[in-house]
Design a protein around this ligand. Sequence first.
Ligand SMILES: [Fe+2]
Length: 248
Amino acid sequence: MKAKILGKLSIDKNKIKNEISVIEESGFDDAYKEYSIGKWRTKSIWNQNGINGEAISKEYCGHAKRTFFSNQLTYINEIISKNFNTKYIKPVRVLNSCENGMIFPHKDYLEFKKGFNRVHVVLYTDKNCLNSEKDTIYHMRAGEVWYVDGSNIHSAMSLSEKGKFTLIIDFCPDISLEKIFSRNSSVVKDNIEPFVKYDIGLNQFLIQKASTNVLKKNKPLKKTLCNGLSKKCESWKNIKPERFVFFA
Ligand SMILES: [Fe+2]
């Protein structure tokens, strides 16, 4: 697996709960929905122009500006500015997935020249929120900082009601991972073992899950899975076929 844990931050549960409420009340941006099913929602908080709603990632020169909306997110901005080297940051998005929300198995950056060094910082989660890369499923715990390599096929799904809130911070692709952290970063980097849940691919795991009670309640998702996520699926017609690797 190319994804790796880089360290762990302490997250103040009350502060993050308050800011999650602010995000939920404001609504999410309309981006990347065609690559997901169920509740898989994105909110741009730092981007090229600092404009609310510009949630599609772009390659550009320079570093990201905070959106007007994100001025309300004092604690989240503090996490970013205190721990990371902001001069290398491109977009920052908050991702929320819950209620069986899933991103289809895919590879990243196919539309870009270089892509990014992508880091996930988990703000809130539970053990029913899973990621996969090739044949491995893993769970990112709250406060963990992960490097996620998009060149291998990967996917994710959040099976719980509340689900997961994650900061997705994209850094300049030309720097080493050591340089993403600020000098005053409080990220603890030693002796952290990743939580690898199952030694099978999420694809296989989801097919198994399709017959369980969890997904019986979600008829559209069950139907999709039982079809083997094939190209026959109506909602996939507008998706670029090269972006996805479908179930065998
Ligand atoms: Fe991805």
